[in-house]
Design a binder for this molecule. Structure first.
Ligand code: RB5
Length: 144
């Protein structure tokens, strides 16, 4: 299960990615926003990331204008490791090496087709563990 959340800057890209996830038969929860009316991305980051922290969702995909603001806010939620990505290699490696559990995309930065490729890379890769585990453990320790 994937938690989706966007501010007004990412709303349209979120809607496109919902259609794409429907095509792929991927299940998601849409945590808003539901229009292009202005909202504050920290509020959306919190409500969406809470779905991951509670265990209701496995991963989150977040959207704002740049992907930056919502990723900064998401990374303040304890237990979230969010990466703002605009190319496929990073969207893959943030799962494989960093065990990221949230991806942030910029609706004003990347096009829909690129966003679909990033979503595929993020969803189809898994944490490799091994030498990366202790580094992720050290990230977690920073939260204490
Ligand atoms: C909203 O105008 C915009 O600031 C927001 O979507 C995002 O780009 C912030 O990082």
């Amino acid at each position: 299960m994937i938690a989706l959340g966007a501010d007004h800057g990412g709303f349209e890209l979120k809607e496109e990615i919902k259609k794409y996830l429907d095509e792929k038969n991927e299940k998601y929860v849409d945590c808003g926003t539901y229009s292009t009316d202005s909202v504050d991305y920290p509020d959306i980051a919190k409500s969406t990331c809470d779905k991951v922290i509670s265990g209701e969702c496995d991963l989150a995909i977040l959207f704002c204008g740049t992907g930056i603001g919502i990723s900064i806010a998401a990374n303040k939620v304890k237990g979230i490791r969010c990466c703002a990505c605009s190319e496929v290699f990073s969207a893959k490696m943030c799962r494989v090496h960093n065990n990221a559990n949230a991806l942030a995309l910029g609706g004003r930065v990347i096009g829909v087709e690129t966003a679909k490729e990033l979503v595929d890379a993020f969803l189809s890769n898994e944490f490799e563990g091994g030498r990366h585990q202790k580094r992720v453990d050290k990230i977690v320790a920073l939260e204490k």
